[in-house]
Design a protein around this ligand. Sequence first.
Ligand SMILES: [Zn+2]
Length: 212
Amino acid sequence: MFDLDQLKQSGRDMAADDANPPRFDQSPDELRHPDSCPALVLNADYTPLSYYPLSLWPWQTSIKAVFLDRVNIVSSYDRMVHSASMEMPIPSVIALKDYVKPSEHPAFTRFNLFLRDSFLCQYCGSGDNLTFDHIIPRRLGGKTTWENVCAACSPCNMKKGGRTPQQAHMQLRERAIKPTTWQLQDKGRAFPPGYLHETWRDWLYWDIELEA
Ligand SMILES: [Zn+2]
């Protein structure tokens, strides 16, 4: 038994729950622990808030958002949660009532930079032992910016040393750009998670072939 009433009245910050990553479980809905029933979160335009990492909320957060009237329930699991006074199915897809405008440019973080470069060395294409390379080395005045940092495997990074790509005769596979949020989301679509609940599929478009 899960105390929905207490949850409903709790004043806990919703963001705090986002720190608990959802667990994945392939078993039928009704046999699952609620912790394996995260909700896919869509913006008010019914596009996912984020592809990678996929925007998922734990069941407590999604039910709280329902009670707070912040979301519409689009789809639900065949898994009920109960309290003394009521029961309800756990939402599997929810849509925000208020549109969240994405910022034009994503934050300059290690994860986003690797994502821009598709987690591949920009010199040889390897996905192993990734590090960051200053394209124009710092000692030559190169800055730590989107346009001057790229993913590089450690062998390439060592080989290039303190030289420019021209000096090292190492060509970048793609120009280092400052991506827009859309460009980065597009990159994220190449990384579908290992598990997708059936109710999520209609709302997600991955760069993979559709099953016949
Ligand atoms: Zn490399």
